[in-house]
Design a protein around this ligand. Structure first.
Ligand SMILES: [Zn+2]
Ligand SMILES: [Zn+2]
Length: 260
């Protein structure tokens, strides 16, 4: 699986267009898997993909983690739907629909694929599993983490979410992952109020130890930090990268590519 990070930030740039993103800022989080699976469609992802020469016309599936504005912009979804060769499959939690505020004619432009909190879906040559994330959205919407399995590799995408919800952790304990992308919203600030919805460095130290100790990943597994809020990191990219490297993690940045 080839991963291309089209954005690695938290909510700081929800309404900042691509042409106003300057050094030190991160675009809202979005990840392209191979050429055809896109996780989240925030404001900047299409323009940034174009800027770095990434073709999104082959995207067939968009997986939505949750409806927060730094993960979903309706304008981005339908601009993407116009660019893709095939009608988009749009995956989201079954109760996210109301929060997306889609008009009837907009619903017809995509194939809506509604997921439960925990659902395994065999989608052609990828298996997609939704798992509940420890995060909060409006109404009954349950934010989701995803496991994507393809060509014998498995990837966990966990932005947004602090720690793991019990059913998610129990599910993960039974499997082996090749790579994880973990919420890294907060830096060293152990007492930050986001503890219930996002990870910080002290939390990630425990999570990393638990992933290894319980055999969910081995030492060769790839652990990546994303959804980074520069305002609560008090470090630039290099500083964050150094801190995460000490936990055996790679720090994603906008445009970062890696093969797993
Ligand atoms: Zn977010
Ligand atoms: Zn969120």
């Amino acid at each position: 699986m080839k991963l291309t990070f089209l954005g690695t930030g938290a909510a700081g740039c929800i309404k900042t267009p691509e042409n106003e993103i300057t050094g030190g800022k991160r675009r809202c989080s979005s990840l392209l898997i191979d050429e055809d699976i896109l996780i989240d469609v925030p404001l900047q992802c299409l323009d940034f993909a174009k800027k770095i020469g990434v073709d999104l016309s082959k995207v067939t599936d968009v997986l939505l983690t949750h409806s927060h504005g730094d993960h979903f912009q309706k304008s981005s979804l339908f601009k993407l739907a116009e660019q893709t060769e095939k009608k988009l499959n749009f995956w989201c939690h079954k109760n996210a629909i109301d929060n997306l505020e889609l008009l009837e004619n907009e619903k017809e432009k995509i194939n809506l694929c509604l997921l439960d909190d925990m659902e395994k879906s065999d989608n052609r040559n990828a298996v997609i599993t939704s798992l509940p994330a420890n995060h909060m959205a409006k109404g009954d919407e349950q934010p989701l983490h995803y496991i994507i399995e393809r060509n014998g590799k498995s990837l966990f995408y966990g932005c947004d979410g602090g720690w793991f919800m019990a059913p998610t952790w129990e599910y993960m304990r039974k499997i082996k992952l090749d790579a994880v992308v973990l919420d890294t919203t907060v830096g060293e600030d152990a007492g930050n109020f986001r503890i219930g919805t996002h990870n910080s460095f002290p939390m990630l130290r425990i999570i990393n130890a638990a992933l290894l100790q319980n055999g969910i990943m081995d030492e060769n597994g790839i652990r990546i930090g994303s959804h980074i809020a520069p305002s609560v990191h008090e470090l630039d990219h290099e500083g964050t990268a150094k801190a995460l490297a000490e936990m055996g993690m790679i720090t994603a940045y906008d445009g970062f590519k890696i093969e797993i």
